[in-house]
Ligand binder design. Structure first.
Ligand code: PGA
Length: 246
């Protein structure tokens, strides 16, 4: 059975002091978390050490928001997998649409980042997704298939997470219809060719749509931006409830 991965991406939010205060509220709310899921927080690089200490003794995992493909060298502004592992990080988001857009990241670079993450025993969370123009011109499947083929090349599918994040749904309040998100996640699973690959949905996930999203057969978790910044709303998301079918 696939274990759900519920990840909060804080983006460029939270000082160390704010991260500690968040953990103080969030950790006790995760005390009775069902063991069919993993909860992950992705703070900015500067808050990783503080949050790592604040989460000690809990089951909450840490992720970075990116990772470099090289182990070290002349790469101003970058962070290597070993630097992250020193702080107990176990996941690394790569290929998020924001660095794809603002730093012109290519599928090839994203693939190298994901490979270096796996080589260091980090689990890459590889993001894919279409723009609104691509969706309205019916290019969604073609675009995502290309991203899947190029960004995931040579990765071990049993040690990675794919996040389907339609770009038009990120930070807009427009969540993708749950059935449509499920259809695309199912296609991604078939293109990856590994039944047990963990596939998340991301894009305006909130406390009031999480249960419906997690009830879908091919959605194995969520990548949450805005709603992960509030420890009460993210705790509700992590504590999603799926109706039992007999
Ligand atoms: P959002 O962001 O939940 O604020 O839409 C999702 C993401 O960027 O991963």
């Amino acid at each position: 059975m696939r274990k759900a991965v519920i990840a909060g991406n804080w983006k460029m939010h939270m000082t160390c002091a704010e991260a500690r205060a968040y953990a103080e509220s969030f950790v006790p709310q995760m005390a009775d978390l069902p063991d069919d899921r993993v909860v992950v927080l992705a703070p900015p690089f500067t808050a990783i050490a503080a949050l790592s200490e604040a989460l000690a003794g809990s089951d909450i995992k840490l992720s970075s928001q990116n990772v470099h493909w090289d182990n070290g060298g002349a790469y101003t502004g970058s962070i290597s997998a070993d630097m992250l592992k020193e702080h107990g990080v176990s996941y690394a988001i790569v290929g998020h649409s924001e660095p794809r857009k603002y730093h012109s990241e290519s599928d090839e670079q994203i693939n190298r980042r994901a490979l270096s993450a796996q080589a260091a025993d980090l689990i890459p969370i590889v993001c894919v997704g279409e723009t609104d123009i691509q969706r309205s011109s019916r290019e969604t499947e073609r675009v995502i298939r290309r991203q899947v083929e190029q960004s995931l090349e040579d990765l071990d599918p049993s040690r990675m997470v794919v996040a389907y994040e339609p770009i038009w749904a990120i930070g807009t309040g427009k969540t993708c219809d749950a059935a449509e998100a499920n259809r695309i996640c199912g296609l991604i699973r078939s293109w990856v060719g590994y039944q047990d690959v963990v596939i998340q949905y991301g894009g305006s996930v909130k406390a009031d749509n999480i249960d419906q999203l997690m009830a879908q057969s091919d959605i194995d978790g969520v990548l949450v931006g805005g709603a992960s910044l509030d420890p009460i709303s993210f705790a509700r998301i992590a504590q999603y409830r799926v109706p039992v079918t007999i």
